[in-house]
Design a protein around this ligand. Structure first.
Ligand SMILES: NC(=O)c1ccc[n+]([C@@H]2O[C@H](COP(=O)([O-])OP(=O)(O)OC[C@H]3O[C@@H](n4cnc5c(N)ncnc54)[C@H](OP(=O)(O)O)[C@@H]3O)[C@@H](O)[C@H]2O)c1
Length: 325
């Protein structure tokens, strides 16, 4: 099959470690797996972290990355693959909490190849009201954000939420879902143009990073990490919650323990999403008429350009890759 293969760890030049290969062996399904012909996918920070050697064994290369999978099952049905490959019982009813759970592309090939294999339980029907390209944005950008906002963050209508960063798949999904769920939405961005686009997407207010909030937030969603952490903590009301589910600018932060305990703040981690959360989110998106923001689309042959695009400062939404021609 044709595949874009990550051939090595390369912290300095991760994109150069992606090579397009023809005749790459098709993955072998394990018992209980379903073979998927991939239609489209996205490029995500997780792929870049892996290429840089974060959270991956050097011996696992060459490997196929790509964390969003939409395509066709062996019967030709249009399907979408949900995020965490884990055992429901081992996770106490939540597969993302199975100590042995894997994310897409971690223990099986990802979506940067014509075919992949996934556990049958993770395959759900792609809604007809979403295109393949739109559905390709859901697993990493949207489902994980749904869990961060509503399951882990316990977002409630009428609350004030601060979302750090305006351009990525997570923040664009967070703005759209928080607005639709009736929250007061404040977004930060370094870019004036992205602040304008965040307002168009549904934010009530868009401010520069570090700017003091007129009124403190009940909830902060921070996936930026080191660059915004202090501002996130300072922006919360006493008793407020911060959900952390990423660290794009690094994780070397001072926790500010006195602020956390004196002001009784809750710091909440969130990763991936369950199958049930994805199904619920799809109903929410349909009811509220929400659609992912697509920044740009590349064919698999130009996957290196897609990786470069994800790192450009004017990125707004998801970078989609068409895998099926
Ligand atoms: N745990 C999970 O399950 C999960 C799932 C999905 C994603 N993630 C993680 O979440 C993070 C976000 O991913 P993403 O793909 O949505 O977006 P991304 O491309 O990593 O960018 C997110 C935001 O970071 C902001 N940013 C970057 N550098 C900054 C700086 N120096 N100062 C202030 N802001 C800065 C940008 O805001 P502006 O340019 O607007 O200022 C941008 O909107 C990643 O680290 C990813 O690995 C985790």
């Amino acid at each position: 099959m044709r595949a874009a293969v990550a051939v090595r760890i390369d912290p300095q030049d991760p994109v150069s470690a992606i090579e397009l290969k023809d005749g790459w062996p098709e993955p072998e399904p394990r018992p209980g797996d379903v073979r998927i012909r991939v239609a489209a996918t996205t490029v995500n920070m997780h792929d870049l972290w892996t290429l840089r050697g974060v959270g991956v064994a050097p011996g696992s290369f060459p490997k196929i990355l790509g964390c969003d999978i939409v395509g066709w099952d062996p019967d030709g049905h249009e399907v979408l693959v949900t995020g965490a490959f884990g055992d429901l019982d081992a996770g106490g009813g939540d597969e993302t909490l199975d100590p042995r759970r894997a994310l897409v592309s971690e223990d099986r090939p990802g979506s940067f190849g014509e075919y992949t294999v996934v556990p049958a339980r993770n395959v759900i029907a792609k809604p007809a009201w979403l295109s393949f390209r739109e559905a390709a944005c859901l697993n990493v950008g949207w489902s994980t954000t749904y869990r961060a906002l509503f399951t882990r963050g316990r977002a409630q209508p009428g609350e004030r939420i601060l979302i750090q960063g305006a351009g990525g798949g997570v923040s664009t999904a967070a703005i759209a879902m928080a607005r639709a769920a009736g929250l007061q939405v404040i977004v930060t961005s370094r870019s004036e143009d992205k602040r304008r686009r965040a307002l168009e997407l549904g934010a009530h207010q868009a401010i520069a990073p570090g700017e003091r909030l007129a009124e403190p937030a009940d909830l902060v969603v921070d996936t930026v990490g080191a660059a915004t952490w202090n501002h996130s903590l300072r922006s919360l009301r006493p008793g407020g919650r911060i959900v952390t589910s990423g660290a794009t600018t690094g994780s070397d932060i001072a926790l500010d323990l006195p602020r956390i305990f004196y002001r009784q703040l809750s710091v909440i981690g969130s990763t991936s999403a369950t199958r049930a959360e994805t199904l619920r989110m799809l109903r929410f998106m349909e009811a509220a008429n929400l659609r992912p923001v697509i920044d740009s689309v590349y064919p698999l042959e130009r996957i290196r350009d897609a990786f470069v695009r994800t790192q450009q400062p004017d990125l707004f939404g998801n970078v989609v890759v068409d895998v099926a021609s």
